[in-house]
Design a protein around this ligand. Structure first.
Ligand SMILES: CC(C)(COP(=O)(O)OP(=O)(O)OC[C@H]1O[C@@H](n2cnc3c(N)ncnc32)[C@H](O)[C@@H]1OP(=O)(O)O)[C@@H](O)C(=O)NCCC(=O)NCCS
Length: 197
């Protein structure tokens, strides 16, 4: 993908542009988050309906601990995917992936495409392990991540309380992508620019 993004074709043939978030996306991103049903955003870490939270996302754009893709369709933002990592401590090789898609476009392949592009970006950044935290009833998220090679690594029992006060398990899904790295390194090591001369 170039920085201008990649066109993704959805199941019904519609195309969506997935591209890195830029500062000018602030207002459209706020409108997207405010348009989500409460149950789709309740599990996000921040209250993304608040202007100051989106302003913080915009201010953090140059920060190398966060990377965001937005999905754009007919002039609106219809999806968001982020990669979060730390630069210090024992988990600098790990990133957390989060994906959210507008209700009317769900189940058309966009969530899987956003997650796939984030996995690709993470591998490009040299990360070894990816983690996604999914509530046990988020079937779409479980399926989308499983299709990309994530497996259920741990379950935190009753870790999440939904808007009705009902407790749910939090499934920690993981994907060890270090072997992809190793394969690439082996290919580079095997490559001899003089072969065929
Ligand atoms: C998770 C989420 C991003 C998935 O987006 P999406 O665009 O619907 O994903 P996809 O269309 O790629 O679907 C992935 C798979 O799950 C299936 N699926 C999606 N929603 C489903 C549902 N509610 N019930 C059953 N299956 C579902 C799809 O059919 C697809 O499987 P298939 O390719 O075998 O048909 C979306 O459901 C969402 O925004 N949820 C709220 C936020 C959230 O929970 N995020 C996860 C935390 S990181």
């Amino acid at each position: 993908m170039t920085d201008s993004g990649e066109l993704v074709t959805l199941r019904d043939g519609a195309t969506v542009l997935v591209r890195p978030m830029v500062a000018a996306d602030g207002p459209a991103l706020l409108a997207f988050f405010r348009g989500l049903p409460e149950e789709d955003r309740q599990f996000l870490r921040d209250d993304v309906t608040r202007t100051e939270v989106i302003d913080r996302f915009v201010a953090n754009l140059g920060d190398d601990t966060v990377f965001s893709f937005v999905a754009e369709h007919e002039g609106r933002i219809v999806g968001d995917g982020t990669l979060h990592r730390t630069r210090h401590g024992w988990a600098t090789h790990v990133a957390t992936i989060r994906v959210v898609v507008a209700r009317e476009l769900q189940r058309s392949g966009l969530g899987t495409s956003l997650a796939r592009l984030l996995v690709k970006r993470a591998i490009g950044l040299g990360l070894d392990k990816l983690v996604a935290e999914v509530v046990d009833n988020q079937i779409g998220a479980l399926r989308a991540f499983e299709k990309l090679g994530f497996y259920q690594e741990a379950t935190l029992k009753g870790h999440v309380k939904d808007i009705h006060g009902v407790k749910h398990d939090l499934v920690v899904m993981a994907n060890d992508v270090s072997h992809i790295w190793e394969t690439m390194e082996a290919l580079v090591a095997d490559y001899s620019p003089t072969v065929g001369d």
